[in-house]
Design a protein around this ligand. Sequence first.
Ligand code: HEM
Ligand code: FES
Length: 777
Amino acid sequence: MSTACPVSRGAAEFDPFGDGYQQDPPAYVEWSRESEPVFYSPKLDYWVVTRYEDIKAIFRDNVTFSPSVALEKITPTSQAANDVLASYDYGMNRTLVNEDEPAHMERRRALMEPFSPEHLAHHEPMVRALVREYVDAFIDDGRADLVNQMFWEIPLTVALEFLGVPDDDKPKLREYSVAHTVNTWGRPEPEEQVAVAHAVGNFWQYAGGVLERMRERPEDHGWMQYGIRTQRELPEVVTDSYLHSMMMAGIVAAHETTANGIANAVKLLLENRAIWDQICAEPSLIPNAVEECLRHNGSQAAWRRITTAPTRIGGVAVPEGARILMVSSSGNHDPRRFEDPELVDVRRDDAADHLTFGYGAHQCLGKNLARMEMQIFLEELTGRLPHMRLAEQDFTYVPNTSFRGPEHLWVEWDPAANPERTQPSILQPRVEVNIGEPTTAHHSRPMRVESVVDAADGVRHITLSSADGTALPAFTPGSHIDVECGDSGIVRQYSLCGLPPAPVQPAGCPVPHIPRPQRYEIAVLREEESRGGSSWVHDHVREGEILTVRGPRNHFRLPERAQRYVFVAGGIGITPIRAMAAQAAREDVPYEIHYLGRERAGMAFAHELLAEHDDRLSVHCSGEGPRADLLQLMADNAQDGRAGRVHVYACGPQRMIDDLSAASADWPEESVVFEHFSSTLGELDPEVEHEFTVHLADSDTDLVVPRDRTLLQTLRDAGRQIPSNCQEGLCGTCEVPVLDGEVDHRDVVLTGSERREGDRMMSCCSRAVGDRIVLGL
Ligand code: HEM
Ligand code: FES
């Protein structure tokens, strides 16, 4: 038996209270994301998880991974500090964020009404007036610490207003809430612990006093008063202990998170001046810029869970009772999830998939209020102070695992150049605040058509470059972009078929860096039976024009490690395969390409592929000889396929995929990966469908999905904004969370194991097996 210590050097040295983590948590744990994504930290006595999918899986399962430790002190405190807390009768207990099921969901649903978009809209004029007033106070000074002069106080005022708390003592509340952060997520020295305990004890007593006063006027507005009123009907659900604990935790949840969030956002944007200038000129980018800032530099660096049974995380065995620190900010920089994650890309179409608000049953209830505040801050600052820049300074952070934002943010500008001195109209709001997640209109990318050439009979090869000069995200082979077909309402997905720039290895960096491309390439086959997408591209796309594009995104990713590849492309299915084969050649992984088509003249890139891959390429033209024998191909590779020694990647027509699929039924799922480019899924035959009810848990609403309508259409008819693209189960855009009920999955996006998990579905095509399904919407 080996006696070597299983704790690696990186794990042994992991210190979330040190300056490395404080300055940049995702960079600090980059080594872990790459080589040890789940590790035990002896210093912290926590298991640390750093990859996106592992973190999401933990958030998803709040039974095996209980949130009960979310507000526990991460550093056990001295007896003296505990005695101080006891002297204040300190009794912080379960709120929402640290409550287990089933109590949590019952309470969450009972208390969520004040977070609905209609209720949140009432707060908008107040937020705007506050931001205006605070900017007025310093706009002629030429220099300000935005944290001290605005970012701390406004979210506190908004939090108190939302909760219904009188804002009579803001400085004291600031002192209290910093103490609560240090007490819960920090590592105070023993002598500091006593002072912190006094502040936390006072905060607890203050919260109790405010609650008592609120009980005398329960009809007043505010989320806490709403809780007090709900308690009358549901005393077992909304308990006294909950109300007192929430009174204190709620102020921090609603305040510090948002204050730090906007400070991080402005810092990030000013550090990336071109992006700041871009949103000054184009304020419609602000809703998505908020998401991208929360992804890239969010205010919640990490969150906690504890295991209730022995389990596995990303294949690593973890015992029962293990405390877990999910470094969500690291998940937000995981290249397996986000293309070019280090790029600040305010047009990133999946920026809102970040983990900064958590995920699943406990996902932040206040996220739309936070989004609204951050948008208004950005709109006012980019409008009134577009010329502001970061002053020279060192950034400091309150050392703790989770709540992250600079303590000061000094900015400077020339007051003589303030636009409002010459242009008073700048004071009019330039864009409408978006309540909720950004829509597709907020993250479209204008691209200039550089060239259009024929790549084969009926195939146009189109090269696109950035229309506004901003960097294009690097992409990995298998990525696609969405192309809007003018104002026809049609959006089509096309794989990027150019070769991604070769990775470079910066000196001293363990991770190769993929340079940003100058252009994207797609190839589009005119399909006579198409519903207009490919014909539109052929008939309308001309050199010099501007196209609206979204992405890139990758649902057809190569594995991290492979011993050998077999690539199979049918017709225009060569587009992703071309980029993949180039990558395999670059990485020196053995591969072969089988390219199937009817006529050689209709097969795009055939000459280029021959030059690039020589005898690794086999072209099978059914017009010139017998059809390719795919069954034989699979049989030849079956032994390696079953053992996971070969990966088959295939893209092409349904019949080809069906053949490959049948021939590899007993191979492991990850050894055969398909991308379909046509599908008849999503078409409804009312003769065979049945009607079912969909229950929306968050709003406690029932909707009926008729036999001739999709779930997506029904949700939209009821005013729900669900994004979609392909509408035929191919792209994964319209995913909705499923809480209960068996799903009749009809998409080709979810893997077998994802289907078995049963917690999501594609609303454009999938339906209920029975007569009811419950969604987490
Ligand atoms: C929960 C982050 C703003 C109220 C959470 C969680 C996170 C978070 C990470 C835990 C999620 C989980 O366990 O899955 C943030 C960030 C914010 C923000 C980054 C600002 C940028 C707000 C605001 C409010 C709020 C403004 C209130 C007005 C809540 C509540 C929960 C929560 C009530 C508990 C939900 C539950 O457990 O069911 N938030 N939050 N948050 N947040 Fe926020
Ligand atoms: Fe593409 Fe539903 S919209 S899978």
